[in-house]
Write a protein that binds this ligand. Structure first.
Ligand code: DC
Length: 229
């Protein structure tokens, strides 16, 4: 199995809407590491399958998309731009109708197996990476020297998503976001393959009462202390 043992890998896992992206991007910037948003890869598979008219229950067809996915990232300020087959799909992938589809394809063993290499090769560039997702510390990079698992209650996560969407000019409904997050939690934690869970050696941070800046600070302190020691 390939790991990035010669590079720094920071694994950042947690449920939907917990603020992983904000935190992961800041850590990557601060430590000059590559930021790998693995959720965007699952979203891209679902999005492409839908656009190509491949039903999500066609396991072979969807796994084929995952195996050949051409995805790249480019961080611009606070935005992680995502390019699928060279096209900017940043906002399309985050739309509310893609989220449940992504959760569905992410439960497929063939998709997860195909995306292991994709995720590992994205993290291979430069000095290493901050990879965020659901199974980074448990499956994708089980040997990562730094593993963090962020949690927060459903209400707090829905409110965070609400503000994010408002900033993007949308008019979200809070109760709908809460339902959607709770449903995705269920799907992500109950699936048979690589369910959402903290690695036994991950540091668990409940962020419900912390600002993003405090979470970033706490993580950076742990990494810097470990690197200095
Ligand atoms: O982080 P996100 O909301 O963009 O992720 C979209 C979906 O992909 C989510 O339902 C869980 C799934 N996912 C996963 O199963 N494993 C990962 N490493 C990342 C995301």
């Amino acid at each position: 199995m390939e790991t990035a043992s010669d590079r720094i890998v920071v694994a950042l896992d947690g449920p939907a809407g917990v603020g992983k992206s904000t935190v992961a991007m800041a850590i990557a910037r601060e430590l000059s590491l590559t930021y790998v948003e693995t959720g965007a890869i699952y979203r891209a598979v679902a999005y492409k399958a839908r656009n190509e008219g491949i039903p999500l229950d066609d396991l072979t067809g969807v796994a084929g998309i995952a195996r050949t996915i051409d995805i790249t990232f480019r961080v611009e300020g606070d935005l992680n731009r995502v390019f699928l087959d060279g096209q900017d799909v940043t906002f399309a992938l985050r739309s509310q109708d893609v989220s449940p589809l992504a959760s569905k394809v992410s439960a497929q063993a063939g998709v997860r197996a195909a995306l292991l290499d994709v995720q590992r090769s994205l993290a291979r560039s430069g000095r290493g990476a901050v990879a965020e997702g659901r199974d980074i510390g448990t499956v994708v990079f089980p040997d990562a020297p730094f593993k963090f698992f962020l949690t927060a209650d459903v209400r707090t996560r829905a409110l965070r998503r609400f503000h994010q969407l408002e900033e993007m000019g949308r008019r979200p409904v809070l109760a709908e976001l809460e339902d959607e997050i709770a449903a995705r939690d269920r799907q992500d934690t109950e699936r048979a393959v690589a369910p959402l869970k903290a690695a036994p050696d991950a540091v668990i941070l409940d962020t419900s009462r912390l600002t993003a800046a405090q979470v970033i600070q706490a993580i950076l302190e742990r990494i810097r202390t470990a690197c200095a020691g």
